[in-house]
Write a protein that binds this ligand. Structure first.
Ligand code: 4NP
Length: 153
């Protein structure tokens, strides 16, 4: 799960998708990272932690990090939270890893080019909308991941 700062959207996505895959009994490494190093080492934004906690998901253990080239080798699927992150990721990796990179909402069946809006400059309401959007999309996302991994639900 990749966004810009790795303190708002992608930590929420990591928390939700990890929980759903665990509940499905699927053993996967779910992680998140940001394009920027600005917040590296920090906990998620307190508004993201509070919102996730309110919906029963603990993301306080997470620490922000910048995406690295080895991530493109180590992970099977790299999901960008918005189109600008997606374009940036594709320009990082011109060769074999490119097929692993998808737009998060598009991969979950939303219309092409759908973005998870960045709540960073917004209010708690924007964080709640962000959480709910990621949560809704994650249902289809996890179904697709399990299906592509050959797991019968
Ligand atoms: P995120 O939100 O990409 O969802 O983690 C942001 C967090 C920090 C910044 C931008 C977006 N920033 O510019 O510091």
């Amino acid at each position: 799960m990749v966004c810009l700062g790795n303190i708002c959207r992608s930590p929420i996505a990591e928390g939700i998708v990890k929980r759903k895959l665990q509940s499905a009994g699927f053993d996967a490494i779910v992680d998140s990272a940001g394009l920027l190093s600005y917040h590296s080492g920090e906990q998620p934004d307190h508004r993201a932690m509070e919102t996730a906690a309110r919906f029963g998901i603990d993301i306080s253990y997470q620490r922000a990090r910048q995406i690295t080239r080895t991530d493109f080798e180590n992970f099977d699927l790299i999901l960008a939270m918005d189109s600008s992150v997606y374009s940036e990721l594709k320009s990082f990796r011109q060769s074999s890893g490119i097929r692993k990179i998808h737009l998060f909402l598009e991969y979950a069946g939303y219309p092409a080019g759908s973005d998870v809006p960045d709540p960073y400059y917004g209010t708690m309401r924007h964080f709640e909308e962000c959480f709910k959007l990621i949560e809704s999309a994650s249902v289809a996302l996890v179904t697709r991941i399990l299906s592509e991994a050959g797991v019968n639900e």
